[in-house]
Design a protein around this ligand. Structure first.
Ligand SMILES: Cc1cc2nc3c(=O)[nH]c(=O)nc-3n(C[C@H](O)[C@H](O)[C@H](O)COP(=O)(O)OP(=O)(O)OC[C@H]3O[C@@H](n4cnc5c(N)ncnc54)[C@H](O)[C@@H]3O)c2cc1C
Length: 409
């Protein structure tokens, strides 16, 4: 593979930079993150301001023709290959813009609706994602169903032209900000567990939805418990077919893994700046770890190209996305330890006493587990790589071929 831009890519990169320079500020070399949403003292107002900034930037991209670069043109996208979208993402990362809130809408729900949704669903849901109007959340995990997602128990029962949903979800990121949710329900307990699940799109303002924020170790409440009590969802909002939700689920999960892994920014410049500030930039051990971090970031960049190449051939993200997510996990683990070593004894300080109001503790150390667990844990990614890439014997499955209602719980 040739890593240099082709003339067409070079021209595209120039257009990206021109748009970004015209609408956003470049990131400074040394950013003060003290007041950022990731600092320890971040308030509910800072969170709301962050959400508003994400939506505003998304709207700006949409209005100028820079949203949904790989999406079909009839839904407001540009119909470009993922190479071009990747180049835009590379350049966008150099600018001071807020982007996190579209991860679940444009990054996960959108590709699933494009691949498996009805024409009516595409018409209704895709454009409000691209404009930033609708934030989405993912109602997949339950108290007893995380890694074993197919073990979910929230029930869906058809009543006329609606599905009546009862149950509980957990770890639902952004549920308090979301207008819509991707919701999985058990519709047939008499067949093996993967075959009786239905994928729904639920209006988060529906009667019967109760959202309770969970407080995280970082002090913030980004994810929630969601209780569903006789929630009525129109059957028009079933993605794919009733009982056949597993195909759309795999599309969402593969896109989630790719998004988490490619969303981990290099950030090596910030780490070098931190080492300089703490006077350890010449320490050989610190330098060695910084080099390792850079090495993994570069390897991830090339893996990312591989995923992009596959996507531009029309292939959906497959096990490469698990390899990429594992690499992202290793990188986050190393980065978390490294910033603690750089700060030395001062790493023991916290909150407003700590460097940048605890930004480094939160963002680099405590939050590493968000990306290492969310979207599938490291162990689960290793299982996928073992099964689908290395051709190892498959994980033993004691519930194979057994009706869901007969699986002991
Ligand atoms: C920050 C964050 C945000 C999240 N956001 C969302 C969200 O928006 N929506 C949503 O639906 N979910 C969300 N999740 C949930 C996430 O998908 C689950 O936490 C994850 O899939 C793991 O499930 P679990 O927590 O139930 O752990 P479990 O599945 O109970 O796993 C416990 C431990 O056992 C290990 N394990 C389990 N099965 C195996 C196996 N077969 N082989 C080897 N080891 C195994 C796991 O690796 C883990 O270490 C989020 C999680 C986090 C941390």
């Amino acid at each position: 593979m040739d890593f240099d831009d082709t003339p067409a890519e070079r021209d595209w990169r120039r257009q990206c930079i021109e748009f970004l320079d015209g609408h956003a500020q470049r990131r400074r070399a040394e950013v003060d993150w003290s007041e950022s949403v990731w600092a320890r003292a971040a308030s509910a107002e800072q969170h709301s301001a962050h959400v508003a900034a994400c939506r505003e930037w998304q709207r700006c991209k949409f209005d100028n023709g820079w949203a949904g670069l790989t999406w079909p043109t009839e839904f407001g996208g540009r119909g470009l290959s993922s190479h071009f979208a990747g180049i835009f993402a590379e350049e966008e990362a150099k600018f001071d813009v807020a982007t996190g809130m579209s991860a679940q809408s444009i990054g996960m729900a959108g590709p699933t609706i494009i691949a498996h949704g009805t024409d009516d669903q595409k018409q209704r849901f895709l454009t409000p994602m691209l404009t930033g109007e609708h934030v989405w959340c993912q109602l997949f995990s339950e108290p007893g169903a995380g890694s074993d997602l197919a073990g979910l128990r929230t029930s869906g029962v058809v009543d006329g032209d609606e599905m009546v949903v009862n149950g509980q979800k957990v770890w639902t990121s952004s549920a308090t900000d979301a207008a819509w949710g991707m919701l999985l329900v058990r519709t047939n307990p008499d067949v093996p567990k993967h075959r009786g699940i239905t994928y729904l799109l639920v209006d988060m303002a529906s009667p019967g939805i109760d959202i309770r924020p969970l407080k995280q170790i970082t002090g913030r409440s980004e994810f929630n418990e969601v209780f569903l009590d006789d929630v009525r969802v129109p059957l028009d909002n079933v993605v794919g077919e009733i009982d056949k939700g597993w195909g759309p689920i795999l599309t969402t999960l593969a896109n989630e893994r790719t998004g988490i892994a490619t969303g981990v920014r290099a950030g090596i410049a910030d780490i070098i700046a931190l080492a300089r500030r703490f006077g350890v930039a010449d320490d050989p051990m610190i330098r060695q770890e910084m080099a390792r971090l850079h090495e993994i970031a570069e390897t991830m960049r090339f893996l990312g190209y591989r995923v992009r190449s596959a996507a531009s051939r029309g292939e959906s993200p497959g096990p490469e996305s698990s390899v990429l997510k594992l690499a992202a996990s290793r990188r986050l683990a190393l980065q978390g330890d490294l910033v603690m070593s750089i700060m030395g004894a001062k790493a023991m300080l916290y909150d407003s006493d700590a460097e940048m109001n605890g930004f480094w503790h939160n963002y680099a150390f405590l939050m590493q587990w968000a990306s290492r667990i969310g979207g599938g844990t490291e162990e689960v990614q290793r299982n996928i790589v073992g099964d689908n890439v290395l051709g190892l014997p498959r994980e033993p499955r004691v519930d194979k071929g057994i009706a869901f209602r007969d699986i002991p719980s």
